[in-house]
Design a protein around this ligand. Structure first.
Ligand SMILES: [Zn+2]
Length: 316
């Protein structure tokens, strides 16, 4: 059987995150899940394929978030892999603080919810363990050679995070998009989560749509408007439709935000986010369930904040 990108489901209550095994001369993992996933999910999946964590030679992180790189430490206990991450993600692999003061508590800070931030900080060690430093820092246009023609092109794809990369294996037509494009978000009732610039997110998603992929792998079971189906792998046509849906979900959130801003441009952000949520829910594009603590659906606050910056011309 020719080498391929083999998906590994890493449960992440109430959803899951994907890791991938690449059976190449230099066996590789793309992402390592959270702190416990290498032992709880990845090792059993590798055993079922007749291999082990100890055989892994290369680890590639699509980005440094805890649910994608939190397992790097546990993988490194079993082997001493090369560790590849975008240069902007390097600090996230080796230190809790940029998580705790950054992406992890972004929603809580934007919505002025210190109790939520404290709760997130308290449970963070369950998801992330400080791992080894990156041994190769990636940039756009780099290539990753795993031997015998298994070659990934690196596409810097910022938007969900500044350090996000997508990986394209041209010969196989496989594109690992990670969290670059999120449809209507990873949680039922939630929204797509773009922590960084929404302008860059749109550019990254549109760029992926132009890649001649035959299989699109995404890291969470993201939703799509008008269907309850949630999958993490798409064929070429359906994958391009998913990417188009991801762009139109951003357009719908922007439109709801515009209406909320027209009502009162000086509204403080937490109030604005709730008003935009109401307008978005009124549009009925997909189910929206505001979280009891914040009044805003999961994922919505960073994305609405990025869209506000984009509308104000303040977006990078
Ligand atoms: Zn992420």
């Amino acid at each position: 059987m020719s080498p391929t990108i083999e998906p590994i489901v890493c449960p992440y209550d109430p959803t899951w995150v994907m890791a991938y095994y690449v059976d190449a001369p230099r066996p590789a993992l793309v992402d390592t899940g959270g702190a416990r996933h290498p032992t709880d999910a990845i090792q059993p999946a590798l055993a079922a394929r007749g291999t082990t964590l100890a055989a892994i030679e290369v680890t590639i992180n699509t980005h440094g978030h805890w649910d994608h790189a939190g397992g790097n430490a546990a993988v490194a206990v079993a082997c001493s892999p090369e560790i590849l991450v975008h240069a902007a993600g390097a600090p996230l692999l080796v230190d809790e603080r940029p998580h705790l003061d950054g992406y992890l508590t972004d929603t809580a800070r934007l919505l002025e919810q210190p109790a939520l931030a404290a709760a997130q900080r308290a449970t963070f060690p369950d998801f992330f363990q400080r791992g080894p430093a990156g041994t190769r820092l990636l940039g756009d246009g780099d290539r990753i050679d795993l031997g015998a023609g298994v070659m990934f092109d690196v596409l810097h794809a910022p938007g969900h995070s500044n350090d996000h990369v997508a990986l394209f294996w041209e010969r196989e037509g496989g594109l690992v998009a990670g969290d670059t494009a999120q449809g209507t978000g990873s949680r039922l009732g939630g929204c797509p989560l773009y922590f960084g610039s929404t302008r860059q997110a749109r550019t990254s998603i549109a760029r992926l749509r132009d890649i001649p992929f035959r299989t699109l792998h995404v890291s969470h079971p993201f939703g799509r408007p008008g269907t309850d189906e949630r999958v993490t792998a798409y064929d070429g046509d359906t994958g391009r439709a998913f990417l188009t849906d991801s762009l139109s979900a951003l357009d719908a959130m922007e439109e709801a935000l515009r209406v909320a801003l027209d009502d009162d441009p000086a509204t403080p952000f937490p109030v604005l986010a709730r008003a935009a949520t109401d307008h978005l829910a009124g549009g009925g594009r997909w189910p929206l369930w505001p979280e009891p603590m914040t009044g805003v659906p999961t994922g919505a606050a960073p994305t609405l904040h990025g869209l506000r910056d984009e509308l104000n011309g303040a977006s990078p």
